[in-house]
Design a binder for this molecule. Sequence first.
Ligand code: C2G
Length: 130
Amino acid sequence: MKKVITYGTFDLIHRGHINILKRAKELGDYLIVGISSDEFNELKDKKSYYTFEERRFIVESIKYVDEIIPEHTWEQKATDIQNNNIDVFVMGDDWAGKFDFLKEYCEVVYLSRTEGISTTKVRIDLGDKL
Ligand code: C2G
């Protein structure tokens, strides 16, 4: 079984998130998603609308997703990859090059971001006070 992993906040799920999860799953048979905890979001200087538990509930309901793990730190990826026997690590290409060090453990694939949509854009379009 070819196992794939990706990470993110996945707040206010939109077609960009679905696109990357769909394509990530197409690279293997089993997809694990590391969802950023609320505390890690603060480290990323991100304030998500939904809590971790809400984001977990939503993302685990997506048909391409097989398992959720929490993302607490920048440093956990190598351990996650080894502990879960991951074959492919996937991120959107806004992260291109940032995780090449993981090539020591598995294949690293950066997939093109979906243009014209982002959680920030949704919040601005809805008139959210950021
Ligand atoms: N994404 C995308 N197209 C968009 C928006 C997001 O392909 N229009 C991808 C991102 O490139 C990322 C994933 O969807 O691979 C999740 O995006 P975010 O929730 O914004 O996650 P991010 O803050 O980039 O966190 O350790 C990695 C970090 O946790 C990544």
